[in-house]
Write a protein of this length. Sequence first.
Length: 165
Amino acid sequence: MTYQTKAIANKFIDLAKEGGSPLSPMKLQKLVYFAHGWFLSLSKGQPLIDEKIEAWRYGPVVPSLYHEFKSLGSKTIRDYATDMDKDFEIVTPHLPDDESLSAFIKKIWEVYGKYDGIQLSNITHKPDTPWAKVWGENGVPKNTDIPDSDIKEYFDKIRDSQSVT
């Protein structure tokens, strides 16, 4: 089962608020990316989010999250991501009650939440990462997806060399 990207993002926003930690749009992007990558690896290829991740200059990006929070620049996110339902009402997506999913997201927060957006971006820019593989030396055309298969393969390699769960 995949989840709404903004619901995953809102869970990270909850965790940041609970811990009194600043959460910038860049940091949120990278947390969602790492959660998606680990989920792909641990679930044998099942995507976590219902959107594709694209290769942008500063690393992996989910465009809907970018557009939701771009007006903040590098300021702290204070409000939840929202969507519009079929009746054109604004809604705040949240995850269903699922203890294992909540524990998984909390684990990603514990591991990566201590880093800021720039630090997380730097991790995604290392050689042989899915972003680096797609981005190449000269960049890529706008809206170029990072294949889930590349993301899974990368996180499988990390998983095989160390345990995060």
